[in-house]
Design a protein around this ligand. Sequence first.
Ligand SMILES: [Zn+2]
Length: 265
Amino acid sequence: MTNFIYENTWQENLELFKTKKVAVIPVGSNEQHGPALPTGTDWMLAEYLGREVGKKSDSVVVAPTVPIGHATYHADFPGTLAVSTATLARYVFEICEDLVNYGITHILFLNGHGGNNTALYDVGQELRLRGIPVANIQWFDIAGTFDPEWGLRGHGDITETSAMMHVFPEGVKLEKAHLPENKHLGKIKVLDLHTGEFEGAAVYLNLRTKDCSELGDMIEYGHGQGLDYSVSACDSSAELGRKCLDACVDYICRFIEEFKTVSFE
Ligand SMILES: [Zn+2]
């Protein structure tokens, strides 16, 4: 018997669910990641984290990865496979319902793709109504707290490229990495896919990736404080990726020990 639901028989899982009350669900996306990274990047990294957390933590069961998420705005770049927010939310919610029926009391999403957040939040709210605590950790959001240099610079940035050099090096075309430049919309500066800046104030935008990026990768301003956005993915290394993901795994395991004590009236 292992902590991985998909490796066990149903009889082993019956035993597993008697003692393990926290379910980890890696959620990703299969979407273009610019010229250097494979389209599977987001789900591969989520799956890797689920794998490592499941090996290290005694408190969890790990569900199979949900590999396709909400990324319809990337779909002008071939190989992007995406579903709507409503479809993703419904799909993930029904998976959670099964887990709860087996005795799971706490659910942690390891989300590899920011576009899934709305759906996962909706799922969390529905489960909260049933008294189930739900949390969602995005490795690229927490990485910058361990080392500011690992902060999120953008889609296909140095940290993400380095992470993939550690997890799936054969899929990285480092010679194609470059420093992207976001297209402007007139005087509106594109901060990321969903936000722009005009006269110093932020506005929400409804863009497709091709509206602001030539090759699919882009800078996402505003995630980290004081980050140097001129750092390019060309300087990525497997060593940087390993250190960053190791720190994320350790943090997630510590978080789980605290999270499993959370309960609502
Ligand atoms: Zn990504």
